[in-house]
Structure formats: C-alpha cells, structure tokens
Ligand binder design. Structure first.
Ligand code: 3HC
Length: 332
C-alpha cells in the first residue's frame, strides 16, 4: 500500500520552499495531515521511524509481563495481566496499521525489528524478576508511556493521533492495575513491601530513560516539535512524570532511589518541580545499541513467535485467495 500524492516520496516531485511553507502553515493552523495529503519526505520518514519504533515497543513490551502470566498469584491477577498483555499486542497492531498508511508494510517493519536495524523502547531490555515487577511495570512503565502518549493524541498526523486515543485509555487501566498491585504489596508483609521497593529500585532509572536523551542530545526533537509530531520535549515530559510519580511513591511508603531528588520552588516559573540526580546515559546508549541484559533474548523470542506463526499467515493468505476466486466465479 503506497499513499498517493506524497511530494518527494517517489523522487519525482520537488519540495519547493513554497510547498514546504504551505505544509508548515497547515501544521501551524492545527490541521491534521492525512495519508493521501502531500507531505515532505522528511515528515513521512520521521513518522515511519517513530510509529514503527512505537509499534515494536508495544510488541516487545508484551514479553516482560507475558513471562509472569502463568505465575500470577491469583485468578483475578492472572485475568487482569492477560488482558493487559493482549492490549499491548492490540496497540502494536493499530500502530503498524498507522505506519502502513505511510507506504511501509508490516512485514518490512518486522524484518527491521528482527534484524536489529529498528529500535524499540530501552525499558524492555530489563528483566522482570519478581511479581512486584508486574506492579512496577504497570505503575511506572505504563505511567511513563501515558505521559509520553497523551500529547501524541494531538500529533499532526491523523492516523497516529487517532490510534493514540484508544491506546491512552487502555494505558490508563494498565497504570492503575500496576499501582493497585504495588498498594497491595505495600500494605502486606514486610517481605512484600521489600519486594515492591526492590522493583522500584531496579525500574526507576530505566523508566526515566524511556523519555529519550536530554533535549540537547535529542537528534529529532526540534524538527518533530516544529511539525507538531511531538508537543513536548523529552526533558519536559520526564520532569512531568517525576512530579506525578514521586507523590505516588510517597503514598505507597516507598523511597525513590535517587538521593539527589529534591523539590525546588524556583523551577517551572515559580510553580516548583523536582531536581533529580544524573541519569546514566552510558547505560542508556549501551542498552539502545543492543547490549542490555535482555536484548538478545527479547529478539530471539520475537523471531521464534514470527517463525512459529508463519503457517497461520500462509493459511490466512490461502483462504483469502480462495475467497477471491469464489467471489470472481459467482460474479462471472
Ligand atoms: N529507547 C530506545 N531508543 C530511544 C529511546 C528509548 N527509550 N529514546 C530515544 N531513543 C532513540 C530514538 O529512537 C533516536 O534513535 P534513531 O535516530 O535511530 O531513530 C535516538 O534515540 C535519539 O532520540 P530522539 O529524542 O531524537 O528521538 P525521538 O524524537 O524519536 O524521541 C521518543 C524519542 C520520545 C521515545 C519518541 O520516539 C516517542 O515519542 N515515541 C513514541 C512513544 C514510545 O515509543 N513509547 C514507548 C511506549 S512502550 C509502551 O507503551 C508499552 C508499555 O505500555 C508496556
């Protein structure tokens, strides 16, 4: 499926200044850009990259929690976790579909994920070691995802923005189910509370990294914000997340593992905000470049799932072909 009318996308149209200015004027007027509208090739490529990475994150993001479905402590917990993991699969599918409106196929994107040339969120290359991690992932990872994704509901590209509305509603349920697991553990025995604190200790910093590099090192932010793909910078969203989450940790009676974290009244034009300790960017880039604890295993599992599902795709295609022939025969 290749969208028609993409200026520059087929190499046959010129991106004149007049064209670029007219496109920017549509963005500035908050018009939604739709698949068949003319768009600069850079805009299309940025969206394919970002939506593709986002879709891969949802799909790989099923693995750390999927790992705990058979070990959930009760039927109720198992049902909620199962539903949550299925939701993430659904999010991946909406997002692959949104990317397909820009002239790439899901097969191409999957190939790039499996051959290591496409990125997915760094957070999913950390292991989930205890049941408390199911609480912390829902609370923190989905909490960070919501913070990042709510502004994407206003993204200038229509199909991405519309997909994000349903995704955000579901992420909100995920965040609550995670927080409720943490609350239960924190009201439980000393050992359960320690388990919750341990999960927070391990996942806090990787969650801050989810928002991407510091604004000064973010290669794409400036242009993406101009095109209203991103509405807030990586650092601004990270700070919002910290402000919301520190209070939730206090309510749980847990300690955020950052000795340098402190409230500063002077931040945000006098509204106040948290100053936090230095993020270990060496670790972030190491994980992004493929050297996290779980990178190899996550991709191996995705590859096995893709290979094991080949017969289902082939059967569906064969059935679709038969249906087509049957319809053609009836019509003849
Ligand atoms: N993990 C891996 N790579 C990351 C990253 C991260 N956390 N943050 C940034 N990067 C990469 C970028 O992809 C980019 O690499 P590239 O040039 O090779 O594509 C590079 O680092 C520079 O970063 P930029 O800030 O310039 O990149 P972006 O402008 O694309 O911003 C982003 C990064 C904020 C993560 C943005 O891509 C974004 O908003 N993505 C959509 C949201 C998303 O993917 N969220 C993950 C959610 S997972 C989820 O919801 C499942 C969960 O609910 C279980």
């Amino acid at each position: 499926m290749y969208s028609q009318g993409l200026i520059g996308a087929d190499g046959s149209s010129e991106e004149t200044q007049e064209f670029l200015d007219a496109f920017q004027a549509r963005i500035d007027a908050e018009e939604k850009i739709e698949p068949t509208d003319p768009m600069p090739e850079g805009y299309r490529r940025t969206l394919v990259r970002q939506i593709g990475q986002h879709a891969h994150s949802e799909i790989v993001g099923m693995l750390p929690e999927g790992n705990w479905i058979t070990r959930a402590p009760s039927l109720k917990r198992k049902l909620a976790l199962l539903a949550k993991v299925q939701d993430e699969g659904g999010h991946g599918l909406y997002l692959y579909s949104a990317a397909e409106t820009l002239g790439v196929t899901r097969e191409q994107m999957t190939e790039e994920l499996l051959d290591g040339s496409a990125k997915y969120s760094s957070i999913f290359n950390y292991p989930t070691l205890s049941w408390a991690d199911m609480g912390a992932v829902g609370w923190l990872v989905d909490g960070a995802a919501i913070m990042n994704q709510i502004p994407l509901c206003r993204c200038s590209y229509g199909p991405y923005a519309r997909a994000m509305i349903r995704v955000c509603a579901e992420e909100s349920f995920h965040q609550r189910q995670g927080y409720e697991i943490m609350l239960t553990l924190c009201k439980g025995t000393e050992a359960q509370k320690e388990m919750a604190q341990d999960a927070l200790n391990r996942l806090w910093w990787p969650c801050l990294m989810m928002f991407g590099p510091h604004d000064g090192d973010s290669a794409h932010s400036e242009q993406s914000m101009k095109w209203k793909i991103k509405r807030f910078s990586n650092d601004a969203l990270r700070d919002k997340f910290i402000s919301a989450t520190v209070r939730q940790a206090e309510f749980l009676g847990l300690t955020v593992p950052d000795p340098d974290l402190k409230w500063d009244d002077s931040l945000n034009d006098g509204k106040g905000g948290y100053r936090h300790g230095e993020i270990d960017w060496t670790e972030f880039w190491r994980v992004v470049k493929g050297d996290g604890v779980m990178n190899v295993e996550r991709i191996a599992m995705r590859k096995a799932a893709w290979d094991d599902g080949a017969w289902v795709r082939e059967a569906a295609m064969a059935f679709a072909e038969k249906e087509k022939q049957r319809t053609a025969k009836v019509a003849a």
